[in-house]
Design a protein around this ligand. Structure first.
Ligand code: 9Z3
Length: 325
């Protein structure tokens, strides 16, 4: 991007920057199917439960987005996130009675599969004497549990899994989800755990073919991704309960940065976490308080997401009650 373009972009309102991003992004391949699946899922979960209330729906984002460097992409800038937070949180949201739209990076951790080995297909199965395949004894409980939990959630229309890889796919899908969830009003929650690219190469500025090696310096200009959290809150789903995450490696700046994000993006809460301790400890920052949430180390199977989702679900209940007054 040259200096004049940069100047032009900096002068635009956020809405105009967002529009320019979407106008120039490569179109989603399967947007019609995604839209159909979303509408069906939301409609299904909007009908009343036995107690007369409608189910709450959360969109959990998970994993890192990529910023491609070439249109026929061979290389990209990636963002750190294994997807463990999002996958684990999805399990606890389902347990708490939510329907979950799991917007995740292709190939990242999946709900209910955390206790399986890295390569489950090769490690969990073995051939029998008649050359059929069976589950190895050591994994039989874990495979059965993963299969049953996953099957129950997906077949029961309580879990909708939507994969992305690039920042273009992620933001287009997040926008589609948010707009489809408008009708859910305050019962909708966004739990934005994905690690989203801060910088990207706009599609129109990107070379088509693989960048050739040979020159000493590779000069690629990356542009700031418009801050879509504000647009989500303001325009896409203004009634939804919104939680974002703040990740830092320097603990001395973490809480200030989380506070700043809370104000800047008008979030209902920001979950602050540090890279090294993210599975042990998070701090939920709201305008009124800072609550430290710790993993319960007395039980080996416990996750910090267990108390975290309990807390956020309670806060969401209070938010829904407040909204109906
Ligand atoms: C997080 O902070 C997540 O908790 C982690 C989870 C990515 C650390 P894992 O997937 O890790 O379990 O391996 N997500 C948000 C990260 C982020 O990029 N936030 C932006 C920021 O900090 C705001 S959107 O500026």
């Amino acid at each position: 991007m040259d200096a004049s373009n940069k100047h032009e972009d900096a002068g635009k309102t956020l809405e105009a920057q967002a529009k320019a991003f979407f106008d120039s992004a490569p179109p989603l391949h399967n947007s019609h199917k995604i839209s159909q699946d979303l509408n069906h899922f939301i409609q299904h979960n909007s009908s009343s439960l036995e107690n007369g209330e409608a189910r709450r729906i959360v969109c959990v984002t998970s994993g890192g987005t990529t910023a491609p460097l070439e249109q026929r992409c061979v290389r990209y800038v990636d963002n750190f996130s294994s997807g463990h937070r999002g996958a684990t949180s999805t399990e606890y949201f389902l347990k708490a009675g939510y329907a979950v739209i799991f917007l995740h990076r292709r190939g990242s951790f999946q709900p209910f599969c955390r206790s399986l080995p890295d390569d489950p297909l090769l490690e969990c199965f073995e051939p029998t004497n008649d050359l059929n395949i069976q589950v190895r004894e050591a994994y039989s409980e874990a495979v059965k549990r993963a299969y049953m939990n996953h099957h129950t959630a997906v077949e029961g229309c309580l879990l909708l899994k939507l994969p992305f890889s690039t920042i273009f796919e992620y933001l287009q899908m997040l926008q589609m989800i948010a707009i489809s969830m408008r009708c859910v009003g305050p019962r909708a929650m966004f739990y934005l755990a994905a690690a989203v690219s801060d910088y990207y190469v706009p599609w129109k500025d990107m070379v088509e073919h693989k960048i050739q090696s040979g020159s000493h310096l590779l000069d690629v200009k990356l542009v700031q991704v418009p801050k879509m959290l504000s647009v989500l809150r303001k325009d896409w789903a203004p009634q939804a309960f919104c939680i974002s995450f703040k990740l830092e490696t320097d603990s001395s700046i973490l809480l200030n940065k989380a506070n700043a994000a809370l104000d800047k993006y008008n979030m209902h809460a920001v979950v602050a976490n540090e890279l090294l301790t993210r599975k042990e400890r998070v701090v939920v920052v709201t305008s009124a308080e800072k609550i430290t949430v710790l993993r319960d180390n007395s039980e080996s199977a416990n996750d910090v997401e267990d108390p975290l989702i309990k807390l956020l679900s309670e806060r969401h209940t209070a938010y829904i009650e407040d909204s109906s007054r």
